[in-house]
Design a protein. Structure first.
Length: 147
């Protein structure tokens, strides 16, 4: 190899590295409404006879106080908020500037009256309805086996 060829390879590698720094990283599983962002809605595998599935996700970048008031998905005919000191209704307050974590051990979204078992590695459509942010089309990922 000549000196010119070696310099070209080094220059190309440097340009490729520099260009990769300018491209923003891809962000999977982010869904946006006009008032907020929902990140990575996920659940666990459910057996055929499961009465419900717990859905976890993060809601942040809240620009206006809003409420989650509805959920529509082909995998369940009902939804409610579950967890510590919550009622059974679907009415989750999301305050401006705050981050809401829906987690298994705390407040979470519960899909009720499942229409089918949820299978590992699958994604299912889920429509989240917000009082002010409107309808947000999201995907529910089944990322984990049963606990």
């Amino acid at each position: 190899m000549t000196v010119i060829t070696t310099r070209r390879h080094i220059l190309r590698a440097g340009l490729a590295l520099g260009a990769s720094c300018l491209v923003p990283p891809a962000r999977a599983c982010e869904f946006f409404a006009s008032t907020l962002r929902v990140t990575h809605p996920w659940t666990r595998v459910t057996p055929a006879e499961a009465p419900f599935a717990m859905v976890c996700m993060k809601i942040d970048q809240v620009t206006r106080t809003d409420r989650l008031i509805g959920v529509v998905t082909p995998v369940a005919t009902g939804a409610e908020i579950g967890g510590i000191s919550t009622g059974r209704s679907l009415d989750l307050l999301i305050e401006k500037g705050r981050e809401v974590q829906l987690v298994e051990a705390g407040v979470h979204l519960r899909l009720t009256r499942l229409t089918q078992p949820l299978l590992i590695g699958r994604s299912y459509p889920m429509r989240l309805i917000f009082e002010k942010g409107g309808v947000l089309e999201a995907e529910l990922n089944v990322d984990y086996e049963m606990s």
